[in-house]
Design a protein around this ligand. Structure first.
Ligand code: HEC
Length: 177
């Protein structure tokens, strides 16, 4: 009679042990679960990163331009040109405003648009317009060519200059040499 309850107790002890084991096993993976969840969140956030790029226009309008202009941002260039458009037109045959028409500017001598009255400073200057020269001019028109009459402070941000130059290249028929 005493033997039977002991084996029952022993069996209960085994059940308790296995219940403990069973209880501790799921607790370990559940501690890892938050880590797994965090990894999933990180993965999904990197997954979303390329998506805005996929939303950009499929066609790179600057594709034909040389580096670094090929990588410029078209919308930024167009927007930055608004700083110039009260004084300059870009289209072929466009009129001179306060400043000369800029069509075909690259590869041309400075100060040679027909019918535009340049300042002596520009008339005396002697160089050919390249994207690099325009970058210098736009960084600080006053310092680049002291005495010129382009009353414009300049384009401070390099990425804005890059973009507006790319935009002007595109709009004025830039031809790579
Ligand atoms: C307030 C009017 C005004 C603004 C704004 C202006 N320009 Fe000018 N720009 C001029 C004038 C005036 C000249 C001629 C300067 C001279 O003769 O001294 C000129 C000359 C130039 C020239 C030389 C042209 C040539 O035939 O050699 C370039 C290039 C030029 N500007 C580009 C720009 C760009 C790009 C912007 C905008 C980021 C800009 N300009 C903003 C008035 C302006």
């Amino acid at each position: 009679m005493t033997f039977f309850p002991r084996s029952a107790l022993f069996g209960a002890a085994i059940l308790t042990l296995s219940a403990c084991g069973g209880g501790s096993e799921p607790s370990a993976p559940s501690a890892e679960n938050p880590v797994e969840n965090r990894e999933v969140t990180e993965t999904s956030s990197t997954d979303t990163a390329p998506q805005p790029a996929a939303d950009e226009p499929a066609e790179n309008l600057f594709a034909a331009l040389p580096a670094p202009y090929v990588d410029a941002d078209y919308a930024r260039g167009r927007r930055t040109f608004k700083l110039c458009q009260s004084c300059h037109t870009l289209a072929e045959g466009g009129q001179n405003l306060v400043g000369p028409n800029l069509y075909g500017i690259f590869g041309r001598d400075v100060g040679t648009v027909d019918g535009f009255a340049y300042s002596p400073a520009v008339m005396e200057a002697d160089f050919i317009w390249t994207p690099e020269m325009l970058d210098e001019w736009l960084t600080s028109p006053r310092n680049f060519l002291p005495g010129n009459r382009m009353s414009f402070a300049g384009v401070r941000k390099p990425e804005d200059r890059l973009a507006v130059i790319a935009y002007i290249m595109l709009e004025t028929g830039y031809a790579a040499e």
